[in-house]
Design a protein. Structure first.
Length: 298
């Protein structure tokens, strides 16, 4: 037996359900790392390139589950998980669900798995498919649920991407995932508005982009300050530009958008919250923007 063959035999075999773009990227990474892999996909043709590289292809999801203890699910949504595993025997299995879902869905799926005799781990992938299997790209996955399952399979789970275990509550991985992505889309909204403002002028997008990147990077320092204020319960702590001052500037942003022929719809919801918080603030606008978070939680 060759050294590579011996190494493959020693690795935990993996079953993977779902060969979309992300599932295929995961499969590629496990095969490249020398893992024995069994795959299933509703459209069987997607498995052919993987079969050529040594993956075993199961004809049904139930057969794929039966092949190995560790079962990784990377399907479209929670309903797809329910359907795919309906006829599978999960007794004694370790199910790792990488389907993007809500915290509530993850908790319900964990209870469902326990009721069928399986350990359960939920995952939130913080990467796009080209990043998987490329450590330098920084891909990682949030995991929550069974700590014992995570520890037992930490090595195999780390082959495609880094791992970040966030707690026994199965919903925490999805919560971290969606919270970070929500912040990302908020940033994208601001970027879209900024480019829209300069687009009708003689400002080259390529020349403006470095300025925008530098500014957004500098503003990330406010994240830690917001966290400190939340933990202290004091929103006036370390304030540089208070709420009253920032609300006073809102009309300028709106007039500029009007002059440039740009809809303010990406900004006005946040401005409305700022104005509402100022109206309710008992410190005469001396706090920071952190109080907006409390309005969102009502």
């Amino acid at each position: 037996m060759t050294e590579n063959a011996a190494d493959t035999v020693s690795k935990t075999p993996v079953t993977l359900l779902g060969l979309g773009a992300m599932g295929t990227a995961l499969a590629d990474a496990w095969l490249a790392a020398g893992y024995l892999l069994t795959v299933w996909n509703r459209t069987a043709a997607r498995a052919e390139p993987l079969a050529a590289r040594g993956a075993a292809v199961a004809s049904t999801a139930a057969a794929a589950v039966a092949a190995n203890r560790l079962v990784v699910v990377c399907l479209l949504d929670d309903a797809s998980v329910e359907e795919a595993l309906a006829d599978a025997d999960l007794t004694g299995k370790d199910v790792v669900n990488l389907v993007t879902g809500t915290p509530g869905e993850a908790r319900a799926r964990a209870a469902w798995a326990a009721g069928r005799g399986a350990r359960y781990l939920d995952g939130g992938i913080m990467a796009v498919p080209p990043m998987i299997g490329v450590p330098a790209a920084g891909p990682y996955v949030f995991y929550s649920g069974s700590r014992a399952l995570f520890e037992d399979h930490r090595e195999v789970l780390a082959a495609p991407a880094g791992t970040d275990y966030v707690g026994e509550d199965a919903g925490l991985a999805a919560l971290h995932d969606v919270a970070l992505l929500s912040a990302m889309y908020g940033m994208f909204a601001g970027v879209a508005h900024a480019f829209a403002l300069v687009r009708s002028e003689s400002v080259a997008p390529g020349g403006f982009a470095p300025l925008l990147t530098s500014w957004l990077t500098a503003m990330t320092g406010s994240v830690a300050a917001t966290a400190a204020q939340l933990e202290a319960g004091d929103y006036t702590r370390g304030v540089v530009s208070n709420l009253a001052m920032q609300v006073a500037g809102v009309p300028t942003f709106l007039r500029t958008a009007e002059e440039q022929g740009v809809s303010p719809e990406l900004l006005t919801p946040y401005f409305a919250l700022m104005q509402r918080r100022l109206a309710e603030d008992g410190r005469n606008g001396g706090e920071d923007l952190t109080g907006v978070i409390d309005l969102l939680r009502r």
